[in-house]
Design a protein around this ligand. Structure first.
Ligand SMILES: Cc1cc2nc3c(=O)[nH]c(=O)nc-3n(C[C@H](O)[C@H](O)[C@H](O)COP(=O)(O)O)c2cc1C
Length: 329
């Protein structure tokens, strides 16, 4: 498929055009590491606030940790003030970012209330000023992530992408929905295709990609250079292998990945916090793997070691037999 090939983002080469989407509280360092190991070529950090008083909070610090052995490290920043954002960009580059991405897509009320994320689609000239200021302040490529428009009937995100390109952005990620649609309703990748007429820089299509089939369709409809997968990777990060055309993993292999994810999370956060962060992933894995009962049990656990035992290979074999017996009843 087209996106198997190297993607050039302003001179920074990503090994392929298959991306894990930034997802605050989900696509953290452990999950990004796992996605890389499973073949994703482009990983974007959870958004990092540009507000001074939030810079040194534990949450903000952990979000911008660079991954070892991964290239490029893309750190996403969010804010509304061009100067503040360019200062933040400098800091993340000093810490090791290979690319700085700016969030113009988040529809969350608490974000938009501060005129951050997709709220900025109401002031496109400001988007231009922000990109220009950030591009001028760092020596690495600057990219943007946005949505088609503010509402289904405008194309402000498409316009914003052209303005960002003029201001020096090197890549656009387009979520094929409007701000008003948030995360619901059908995606419109054909509208994303409107980018093609005037965009000279590469772009990713994003929204509801959860299989090789939906990825091909999104690519075909939008004419994008790559695909970005968010929720479609939760509970099945092996989707990146699938998108690369690799053989489907066996159940024990998938189980090893779940265990690997747990270990990465315990190592990164410490066991107690690691378990807390993992619960949403464990639930998603177990449901995807058809183990609803085990998921219900897992959600009640508070002890990291007990969770590790619950996800042991022996336990898994036992549980799977039970689950599969139930299924064939
Ligand atoms: C829990 C969650 C957190 C998100 N956090 C961010 C974020 O920090 N920055 C961002 O640009 N988009 C964020 N998004 C949007 C995703 O990157 C993506 O655009 C959206 O989920 C649509 O893609 P999908 O259908 O593949 O999930 C978030 C989405 C979810 C579900």
């Amino acid at each position: 498929m087209l996106f198997d090939s190297v993607l050039n983002v302003g001179g920074v080469l990503a090994r392929n055009g298959i991306a894990l989407a930034p997802m605050a509280g989900v696509a953290d360092v452990p999950f990004r590491q796992l996605a890389w190991e499973l073949g994703a070529g482009y990983l974007v950090s959870e958004m990092v606030s540009s507000l001074d008083h939030l810079w040194d909070t534990k949450k903000n610090r952990l979000r911008r940790v660079s991954l070892k052995g991964v290239y490029p490290n893309v750190i996403q920043i969010a804010g509304s003030d061009p100067i503040e954002l360019s200062e933040t960009a400098k800091k993340v580059v000093d810490e090791g970012a290979d690319i700085v991405d700016i969030n113009f897509g988040c529809p969350a009320k608490k974000v938009c209330k501060k005129f951050v994320g997709s709220a900025l689609l109401d002031d496109i000239p400001r988007i231009g000023r922000i990109v220009e200021a950030v591009v001028g302040s760092v020596s690495v490529p600057v990219t943007i992530k946005t949505r088609i428009g503010s509402t289904p009937s405008d194309l402000m995100g498409i316009e914003a992408s052209y303005i960002a390109q003029e201001a020096g952005a090197q890549l656009v990620v387009m979520h094929s929905r409007s701000r008003a649609c948030r995360f619901k309703g059908p995606v419109d990748h054909e509208k994303t295709a409107k980018l093609k007429s005037r965009l000279k820089i590469p772009f990713f299509v994003n929204g509801d990609i959860s299989s090789r089939h939906s990825a091909s369709l999104a690519l075909q409809e939008s004419g994008a250079d790559g695909v970005m997968v968010g929720r479609g990777a939760v509970g099945q990060p092996w989707i990146f292998r699938e998108l690369l055309g690799e053989e489907e993993l066996s159940l024990p292999e998938k189980w090893r990945i779940v265990r690997r994810h747990l270990s990465l999370s315990y190592d990164f956060y410490g066991k107690a916090a690691g378990l807390k962060m993992m619960k949403k992933h464990i639930k998603a894995y177990l449901i995807k793997l058809g183990c609803e009962d085990l998921s219900a049990r897992a959600m009640k656990l508070e002890d990291p070691d007990v969770m590790r035992r619950l996800l042991s290979v022996d336990q898994m074999q036992q549980e799977f037999r039970t689950e599969q017996f139930r299924k064939s009843d």
